[in-house]
Write a new protein. Structure first.
Length: 281
């Protein structure tokens, strides 16, 4: 074998080794990425994530969504639905997933992922992302936090200039269910979103069991308290000014989007960029 042939074989071997290393590294990187679990809030549904899912998948993540009990195409009777039903549905969704997960909760979904993380545990839940969501402590309910937000807004003197979600609520006769006044859902939650998304939101608004909003969290410092938390605030949200709750639980970082309460409709690319940054870090 002459020198030229030996040199060629040497470089071909090096090239194959480098190619194999790159392929293996990429494969390993993708296989070890956490699964992103997207949980919607009250009066929404899994449709909220329709623009987000393909963008997250394009970055190499597995993504799963769901309709919470009482939502979706085949909603069950609302009369007896509780927060625990939401939590159990998320736990059942996540348990079969291989590897770590990142739970993303929008609005009411923040309470759902809080309690679900406590049940699922630190071995599986890598991070929690609160998307303009309720950020709750042990013993605190969504309605407790809404009260805190209202008091903070009143002290700041902006209650009159800002509409809040309570101004648009309609209750059932027994007051066990609540919904948003007809045609007002997009005004409250999605004023900056495309008309087609506003139309879907207005046409799919469901009744929400009040008991799920009144149930206090039952979480521990050892489990829920030890899972890294990140917050994405929507600065243009009209439903509630959540600034006062950002320090309610320690967060690794707080991000801000200049959007309504529904950035998954109005700026999904910017939302996904933040989720990817959180997952990568």
């Amino acid at each position: 074998m002459n020198f030229v042939s030996t040199k060629r074989i040497f470089f071909e071997t090096i090239f194959l080794f480098i190619s194999f290393t790159i392929m293996t590294t990429n494969s390993f990187s993708q296989s070890t990425k956490p699964t992103i679990v997207l949980i919607h809030g009250a009066w929404f549904g899994s449709f909220a994530w329709n623009k987000v899912v393909p963008l997250v998948e394009s970055k190499g993540y597995n993504v799963i969504t769901m309709d919470l009990p009482g939502y979706g195409n085949a909603p069950q009777s609302l009369a007896n639905i509780t927060l625990n039903d939401y939590v159990n549905a998320v736990v059942d969704l996540v348990q079969p997933v291989k590897g770590k997960v990142i739970l993303v909760g929008h609005s009411m979904g923040g309470a759902v992922i809080t309690q679900a993380a406590e049940v699922i545990g630190v071995d599986k839940v890598e991070k929690l992302i609160f998307l303009d969501a309720f950020l709750l402590r042990n013993g605190e309910s969504i309605l407790d936090q809404v009260g805190k937000i209202h008091r903070a807004m009143k002290e700041a003197g902006n209650m009159e200039e800002k509409k809040i979600v309570a101004d648009f609520l309609v209750f059932s006769e027994d007051r066990n269910l609540c919904t948003i006044a007809a045609g007002k859902t997009s005004e409250v939650f999605a004023h900056d979103c495309p008309p087609e998304d506003q139309a879907i939101l207005n046409s799919t608004t469901r009744w929400q069991p009040v008991s799920a909003l009144a149930t206090p969290m039952n979480v521990s410092d050892k489990i829920y308290g030890s899972i890294p938390k990140y917050y994405i605030q929507c600065a243009g949200a009209r439903d509630l000014d959540r600034t006062s709750i950002l320090n309610n639980m320690p967060c690794q970082k707080v991000y801000t989007l200049p959007s309504s309460h529904s950035p998954f409709f109005s700026m999904p690319d910017k939302l996904v960029a933040i989720v990817d940054e959180i997952a990568t870090n």
